[in-house]
Design a protein around this ligand. Structure first.
Ligand code: SAM
Ligand code: CA
Length: 270
């Protein structure tokens, strides 16, 4: 999450930012419902103004959010690991992307309670399928009733266990090679490079892989002595590494999209 303090230190002379901050403060004084605020679930946004991010959520995202997604989001907000969930604006972005590319067969690496999974399931056509992987079935099961409620649970094939092993198993079946339209990677950042080599064999030519959190809390450009949460510091080098790998891989075209914590879209061209 980017604090308003950062924006204030850098931009107090900017009237637009000042206005956003004033609006933010008046909301913090009680007019906005705590449950609707992104801070309540620890969502990350790299936007400099928290008020502007809240504006996006309230204007364009929450009013259009599917009721099952809203239910899942609110349930997840009370879960101790809620910092991991996909934010509603990124969910909306994924749904738009999936529809634009007419995705039908997809993979998700890293499910947690399933906000991105349910977003994907809602965006796919009725015969669409998602192979979803996570080491923790329990968290997926917390979100599953919302997928049933939304009528999309039949599209989901959940596979419990370390994703590398699941992917290696998938690679032994020829029918999986070059088969998938879209793959969303949102799990252990220290394995992103390992995932990439495998996923390049599973995604079809012209298909898209999205690597999530590739701006890693803004830490990628932090000075060595800048205080960072332990987990942010630990994974920082791995995120720098995957970014370098993706930036120089001639088999893909890429776009680093600064939504939420950053998602790098990779389109396979070779
Ligand atoms: N996409 C999810 C959402 O929308 O809520 C968030 C995923 S969360 C950031 C990361 C997930 O990756 C966690 O649920 C964790 O259990 C899972 N994970 C971590 N290491 C993994 C591994 N080696 N294989 C599969 N899943 C893993
Ligand atoms: Ca993520």
């Amino acid at each position: 999450m980017v604090s308003t303090t950062t924006a204030t230190a850098e931009t107090t002379s900017n009237p637009v930012v000042q206005e956003n901050e004033n609006e933010q403060k008046s909301k913090e004084n009680g007019t906005a419902k705590a449950s609707a605020r992104h801070q309540a679930v620890g969502h990350k946004s790299l936007l400099k103004s928290d008020g502007l991010y809240q504006y996006i959520l309230e204007t364009s995202v929450y009013p259009r959010e599917h009721e099952s997604l809203k239910g899942l989001r609110e349930m997840t907000a009370n879960h101790p690991w809620n910092l991991m969930t996909t934010s509603a604006d990124e969910g909306q972005f994924l749904m738009m992307l999936l529809k634009l590319i007419n995705a039908k067969n997809t993979i998700e690496v890293g499910v947690y309670t399933g906000y991105s999974l349910l977003s994907t399931a809602l965006a796919l056509p009725p015969d669409g399928k998602i192979i979803a992987m996570d080491i923790h079935r329990k968290n997926f099961e917390l979100g599953y009733p919302f997928m049933v409620q939304a009528g999309v649970s039949d599209k989901i094939d959940f596979r419990e266990g370390p994703a590398l092993a699941t992917l290696d198993q998938m690679l032994t079946e020829e029918s999986n090679l070059g088969f998938f339209d879209f793959i969303f990677v949102d799990a252990d950042k220290d394995n992103y490079v390992n995932y990439h080599e495998r996923l390049m064999k599973l995604v079809k030519l012209g298909g898209v892989i999205g690597y999530d959190n590739t701006l890693w809390n803004g830490s990628l450009v932090a000075a060595d002595d800048e205080p960072l949460p332990k987990y942010v510091r630990y994974y920082k080098d791995f995120v720098l590494e995957i970014n370098k790998v993706l930036a120089t891989d001639p088999r893909i075209e890429i776009s680093q999209v600064p939504i939420s914590d950053g998602i790098t879209l990779c389109r396979r061209i070779k």
